[in-house]
Design a protein around this ligand. Structure first.
Ligand SMILES: Cc1ncc(COP(=O)(O)O)c(C=O)c1O
Length: 401
C-alpha cells in the first residue's frame, strides 16, 4: 500500500462526520416510529427533528420533505411520480418531459424508461461545451400544448454536474417555468456542500439530495416534493411520508441525514472558502503538467469549488486511473458512479471533450497535503504513461479509452 493516501473523490462519496456517526449509532436500533408507545414516540420525534433540519437546509417546509434511500430514489420518485400523476390527471393523455444530456443516470435512465414505455415524450437538451445548460435552450423545448402537441409537465435540470462541476442557473429557469405552470425538478446532490440549495429561492417543485455526499451515511437522502404537487408513489404500503414513500422509517439513517444537512449548511461558507483555495492550488499545479487541460466553465461563479476536472492528452484513461490508485490517490476517471464499467462518460461525450477524463473532487477532509501529493504524482506519472512505458507493472497504451 502506498505510504500516503489522498481522498480526492468526495463527489463519489464523502467520509461521514464523527458526530453524524454518533447519531446514526444512537438511533439505529430505535423503535418503530409509527408505534404509539413511548419508545415509538421518541423515534418519531427523532424523525420529525430530522425533517425540520432538512427543511431548514433545503429552503422548504417540513411537510415538503420525504426521506428516501438516497439521491437515486429521490430522482426516480420525482420523475416517475410527477409524470404518472399528471398523466392520470389528464385522463392518460400524452405529456412531455424535458431534461438534459448531462444529468446523472438517476435522472436520465428513468426519463428514458418513461419514454420507452410511452409515458412521456422526451426532449434531452445538450449542454454548452463547458457543461453549463443554457436556460433559453431548455425553455425553447417547453411546450404549452396549444399546437396540439403533448404539453410539458416537468423539466428536470441538475443544480451542478457531478463530473465537471458546472453550475446551472436553476433559479432563473425555475422562475420562468413557474410563470408557464410547468414543474421543475432539480437534482441538487452535488450542490449541498458548497452552494445554497432552496426549493423556495429556485421556484422549484422537487429536489433530490443525498446524505453521503455531505458527511452523512450512504443509503439515505431526501426528495423534496412541494406539498400540493401531485406525486404518485413508487411503492405502496403503510402510507408513511404522506403515502408517497411507504415503509418503516429508517430512524438512524434519517436522524444522521438531518444532522449531516444541518452541519453542511452551518459549515458551508467556511468550506467554500477553504475549497476555493485548495482547488485553485490543485488547478495551478495541474496546469504545469504538459497536456493537461482544465474542463468546465472558466467563470468561477459557474463552477463548484469542490471539483477540478481535467482532460489529459495522449494517455489511456484506465492506465491513468490505475496509476493514481497505485500512488494512493482516490480520484475518478470518468464518472465515479459508473467506474468499473469502462464505458467512458456520457457527460464528457455530451460536451464534446477529447482525451482521458479525470475528476478530482474535494470535501471536508481534504488538505493541502492531498492536493500537493496529487500534483506530484501526476507530474511524474503522465509523461511516463505518454511514453508508453511499463508503469506500476502494466503497459500503457496511448489513445485507447
Ligand atoms: C448528481 C447525482 N445525482 C444522483 C446521485 C445518486 O445518489 P445516491 O448515490 O444517493 O443514490 C449521484 C451520485 O453520485 C449524483 O452525483
Amino acid at each position: 500500500m502506498p505510504s500516503m493516501q489522498a481522498d480526492l473523490d468526495h463527489a463519489a462519496t464523502t467520509p461521514p462526520r464523527p458526530e453524524v456517526l454518533e447519531v446514526l449509532q444512537r438511533w439505529v436500533g430505535a423503535a418503530n416510529a409509527s408505534a404509539r408507545h413511548l419508545p415509538g414516540q421518541a423515534a418519531r420525534h427523532a424523525v420529525e427533528h430530522a425533517r425540520e433540519q432538512a427543511a431548514a437546509a433545503l429552503g422548504c417546509g417540513p411537510h415538503d420533505v420525504i426521506f428516501t434511500s438516497g439521491g437515486t430514489e429521490a430522482d426516480n420518485l420525482a420523475l416517475k411520480g410527477i409524470v404518472w400523476a399528471e398523466r392520470a390527471r389528464r385522463g392518460g393523455a400524452p405529456v412531455h418531459l424535458v431534461t438534459t444530456s448531462i444529468e446523472h443516470s438517476a435522472v436520465l435512465e428513468p426519463a428514458r424508461w418513461l419514454a420507452a414505455r410511452g409515458d412521456v415524450e422526451l426532449d434531452v437538451v445538450p449542454p454548452r461545451p463547458d457543461g453549463v445548460v443554457e436556460v433559453d435552450d431548455v425553455l425553447a423545448r417547453v411546450r404549452d400544448g396549444s399546437d396540439g402537441r403533448a404539453p410539458t409537465v416537468l423539466v428536470s435540470v441538475m443544480g451542478a454536474n457531478n463530473e465537471l462541476g458546472s453550475v446551472n442557473d436553476v433559479a432563473t429557469l425555475g422562475a420562468a417555468l413557474r410563470v408557464r405552470g410547468v414543474a421543475l425538478h432539480v437534482d441538487a446532490v452535488q450542490c449541498v456542500a458548497t452552494h445554497d440549495v432552496s426549493l423556495e429561492a429556485w421556484s422549484a417543485d422537487a429536489l433530490a439530495v443525498s446524505a453521503h455526499k455531505i458527511g452523512g451515511p450512504q443509503g439515505v437522502g431526501v426528495a423534496v416534493l412541494r406539498r400540493g404537487l401531485a406525486v404518485d408513489p413508487l411503492s405502496h404500503g403503510g402510507g408513511q411520508d404522506r403515502g408517497v414513500r411507504s415503509g418503516t422509517f429508517a430512524v438512524g439513517l434519517i436522524a444522521a441525514c438531518g444532522l449531516a444537512l444541518e452541519r453542511a449548511v452551518e459549515e458551508r461558507d467556511a468550506l467554500h472558502a477553504r475549497l476555493t483555495g485548495l482547488s485553485q492550488r490543485l488547478a495551478t499545479g495541474l496546469a504545469n503538467v504538459e497536456g493537461v487541460r482544465r474542463s468546465g466553465p472558466t467563470d468561477a461563479a459557474q463552477r463548484l469549488v469542490s471539483h477540478v476536472h481535467v482532460m489529459v492528452d495522449g494517455v489511456d484513461a484506465e492506465a491513468l486511473a490505475l496509476g493514481l490508485d497505485a500512488a494512493g490517490i482516490a480520484a475518478s476517471a470518468g464518472s465515479a458512479c459508473s467506474s468499473g464499467a469502462s464505458t467512458g462518460s456520457h457527460v464528457v461525450d455530451a460536451c464534446g471533450l477529447a482525451g482521458a477524463p479525470l475528476r478530482f473532487s474535494l470535501g471536508w477532509t481534504s488538505t493541502e497535503a492531498d492536493v500537493d501529493h496529487a500534483v506530484a504524482v501526476l507530474t511524474d506519472l503522465i509523461p511516463r504513461l505518454r511514453d508508453g512505458g511499463d508503469v506500476f507493472g502494466f503497459t500503457a497504451v496511448a489513445g485507447v479509452s
